[in-house]
Design a protein around this ligand. Structure first.
Ligand SMILES: Nc1ncnc2c1ncn2[C@@H]1O[C@H](COP(=O)(O)OP(=O)(O)OP(=O)(O)O)[C@@H](O)[C@H]1O
Ligand SMILES: [Mg+2]
Length: 324
């Protein structure tokens, strides 16, 4: 349903995305997962025909998004990162206006608007001013405008950003309901969101696809080991060396702090081993300061780092951390 091949987009000399290729089959909900600046919005904007690519091809329902953009737009609904909603318009009037812009025939407009409002559960605020709606409701209106013309493909750019937990659950529920026959790409930087909603995950980092997998496999990859984060005041080389020698430690990674120059250590432990006591003991025995010790959350950033380093082993200059 969606075929992307070697898509590249430059902004000046820098590539926002580079050689991005992936496929999404009909009826799938796919998570497009990546940290800030990864290239999610750029990719979705290209797919929706709003932004030309520098090179590469993208097809939606068999149509080229550049050469046959009209055919693509007819089959595609898009919730942009910042939905251009008009605060002074009422919900129904706005949706009617969008339907007109999208070329929904006049005699069908009312029915389509009513259907989209019901689908997205905004019928109870149909006559409210958009500017007076809560963020959750505004997001639903945004989704309603995306599905007005009953598209086969829906692209949602971070649909749950800025919503409260209750609204997030509602929007996720809505997305799941919308899916059915439709093909959905949902961009997000939240890993659990992908697990809850998506059947497949495409991970993008620094403009490149680093993994395509099921959420289960991805989780399994992350779960293989326990991780502990320590902040130690001591000579980096020695600290690292001692931590690495604690039985059960698989790997120690340094995380130089931005502000104070202190180094934190991410210690990867064998599965199901709680090594916090042992790690603390080593640090104390050496007479170093231990200013932090906690289980490392599985932060998305770390998943990326891992995936990225799996792809290309990192080349940290050995002497860097030894400098005073
Ligand atoms: N109009 C632009 N001009 C210059 N650079 C841009 C422009 N739009 C995006 N970029 C750059 O392209 C890269 C990818 O940006 P993009 O918005 O696609 O990322 P994203 O994954 O959507 O990030 P976020 O999670 O913050 O929304 C970033 O480095 C960004 O600074
Ligand atoms: Mg974005």
């Amino acid at each position: 349903m969606i075929e992307v091949e070697n898509l590249t987009r430059f902004y000046g000399p820098t590539a926002a995305i580079q050689d991005v290729s992936f496929r999404v089959d009909q009826g799938q909900i796919v998570g497009f997962l990546g940290p800030n600046g990864a290239g999610k919005t750029t990719t979705l904007r290209i797919l929706s025909g709003y932004l030309p690519a520098t090179s590469g091809t993208a097809r939606v329902a068999g149509f080229d998004v550049f050469k046959e953009s009209l055919a693509v737009r007819r089959r595609l609904g898009y919730l942009p990162e910042n939905v251009p909603l008009y605060p002074e318009m009422r919900v129904r009037t706005y949706l009617d206006f969008v339907a007109e812009v999208k070329g929904v025939p006049r005699q069908e407009r009312q029915r389509r608007v009513a259907a989209a409002m019901e689908r997205c559960r905004v019928d109870d605020v149909a006559n409210h001013l958009i500017g007076s709606l809560s963020r959750g409701y505004r997001q639903r209106v945004g989704i309603a405008q995306a599905i007005l013309h009953d598209p086969e493909v829906i692209l949602l750019d971070e649909p749950t950003v800025g919503l409260d937990p209750k609204q997030i659950i509602e929007i996720r529920q809505l997305i799941t309901e919308l899916a059915g026959q439709r093909t959905v790409i949902l961009s997000t930087h939240i890993l659990p969101e992908v697990e809850m909603v998506c059947q497949r995950v495409i991970i993008i980092n620094q403009g490149k696809i680093v993994a395509v997998d099921t959420p289960e496999n991805l989780k399994a990859k992350i779960r293989t080991s326990a991780r502990v984060l320590l902040q130690v005041d001591g000579p980096a080389v020695a600290v690292r060396d001692h931590l690495e020698r604690v039985p059960g430690v698989l790997r120690v990674e340094e995380r130089p702090e931005r502000a104070d120059g202190r180094i934190r250590y991410l210690v990867e432990c064998a599965p199901d081993r709680d090594l916090r006591r042992d790690l603390a003991a080593v640090v104390v025995r050496q007479g170093w300061g231990l200013s932090e010790l906690r289980p490392a959350d599985v932060m998305l950033e770390e998943v990326f780092i891992r995936l990225v380093t799996e792809e290309s082993p990192h080349e940290q200059p050995a002497g860097q951390e030894g400098e005073p």
